[in-house]
Design a protein around this ligand. Structure first.
Ligand SMILES: Cc1ncc(COP(=O)(O)O)c(C=O)c1O
Length: 379
């Protein structure tokens, strides 16, 4: 045995080593400007610790947890346009699992062809590959970077019905695909729609109240939302919500050993901490809390954009939500230079640019610091 200590380390030695690592990690509020993760509310953090050792997979032993899960899913479902009590779903480990589950459900309901445009999150591409789906890439509008409904209609009419994936808050550009028009394409081609609202689910419905962004469109069969992004819950917490029980059913698997006789979702043992913490975050924020957060994030985003306009710089794509893709002359080198100054940004992906994500921890001070560095490094 070379790596595994022969004698267990004392507690202080373990904690000293780990504290040193923790101390070297970049702090959210001082430096993180690219990631869609943030610090949870203290309440959700505490609740997670209270419930983390209980296995939500065992619905017989912990039926109280299952009820809590139903409750919180119904509340999130309401935000994304579900009529009271109709939708069901579950808390997952995050949006990648949720998207995999959503595409799995579509496949089990007979939709083996999936349409999406290149702005989708990598997890949609990954899920399609895992599930062996036929992928058809739909064009995006070259100015708005949104899925183009008229070209989509032409494509689906030619290739045949399928699952159409739309995004509320694209990872690289913060755009919202034209959901109502996409739903109309689905209606005319016997297709169904899945919406990835990982980032946008807890913000877009509060800002764009005049648009039907979710289940109000009958063709929408599933929506995924990430409580560990803007919901206030700690990692890991995703959510998948389906239009009704029938659509969700393939995600309920038989279990040979759990007393409930069934097991929900693509994974197995899962922490009740995620469910209880998401519940705590959702009820403590309430509608008004999320609305306030949504406007705060939009205002912070406008602040960044207007400061850049003063320097004569525009985002590469006009965002609908606070994810901003900025031009930069050498993206890879600039990301490293910014990191040396303790500012961490991401890449936009589809185009060469720097991705900034406005999360609750992002302050105007951090934005000012970024702009000072950005104008020296990137422009
Ligand atoms: C639109 C979108 N979908 C899916 C994901 C993946 O989420 P997770 O990292 O929780 O699996 C992300 C992550 O940023 C995202 O922005």
């Amino acid at each position: 045995m070379g790596l595994l200590p022969r004698e267990g380390w004392p507690r202080t030695k373990v904690l000293d080593k780990l504290s040193a690592i923790l101390g070297r990690l970049p702090r959210y509020s001082e430096s993180i400007l690219g990631s869609t993760t943030t610090l949870p509310s203290m309440l959700a953090h505490d609740v997670f610790r209270m419930f983390q050792y209980y296995d939500a997979d065992d619905e017989w032993l912990y039926d109280e947890i299952s009820k809590l899960e139903e409750e919180v899913i119904s509340m999130i479902a309401e935000i994304v346009g579900c009529s009271e009590g109709e939708c069901i779903g579950m808390i997952t480990s995050g949006e990648s699992e949720s998207n995999l589950a959503a595409l799995f459900l579509a496949r089990e309901h007979g939709y083996r062809r999936v349409y999406f445009t290149r702005t989708v999150h990598d997890s949609i591409v990954k899920a399609s590959y895992i599930l062996g789906l036929e992928v058809v890439i739909a064009p995006y509008n070259p100015w708005s970077y949104k899925l183009d409904p008229s070209m989509l209609l032409e494509l689906v009419s030619r290739r045949g019905s399928g699952l159409i994936v739309a995004t509320i808050g694209t990872t690289g550009f913060g755009t919202i695909d034209p959901i109502e028009s996409i739903a109309e394409v689905a209606r005319r081609t016997n297709s169904v729609v899945h919406i990835d609202a990982a980032y946008g689910g807890f913000i877009a419905p509060f800002i764009y109240k005049h648009i039907k962004l979710g289940f109000e469109n009958e063709e929408v069969v599933s929506i995924t939302v990430d409580p560990h992004k803007l919901g206030g819950a700690p990692i890991p917490a995703g959510a998948i919500i389906t239009r009704d029980k029938k659509w969700f059913k393939p995600l309920v698997f038989p279990s040979s050993y759990l007393p409930a006789g069934v097991q929900k979702g693509l994974l197995g043992t899962r922490t009740a901490g995620s469910i209880a913490a998401t519940w705590a975050a959702v009820v403590s924020n309430g509608y008004l809390g999320y609305e306030q957060q949504a406007y705060h994030l939009m205002n912070t985003s406008r602040y960044l954009i207007s400061r850049l306009e003063e320097e004569g710089i525009q985002p590469i794509v006009e965002p609908d939500l606070p994810i901003i893709c900025l031009p930069c002359r050498d993206v890879a080198t600039s990301i490293r230079s910014l990191a040396r100054n303790n500012v961490y940004v991401y890449k936009c992906g589809l185009v060469d640019g720097l991705k900034i994500t406005i999360m609750p921890h992002v302050s105007r001070n951090l934005i000012d610091k970024f702009i000072e560095l950005y104008t020296k490094i990137c422009v």
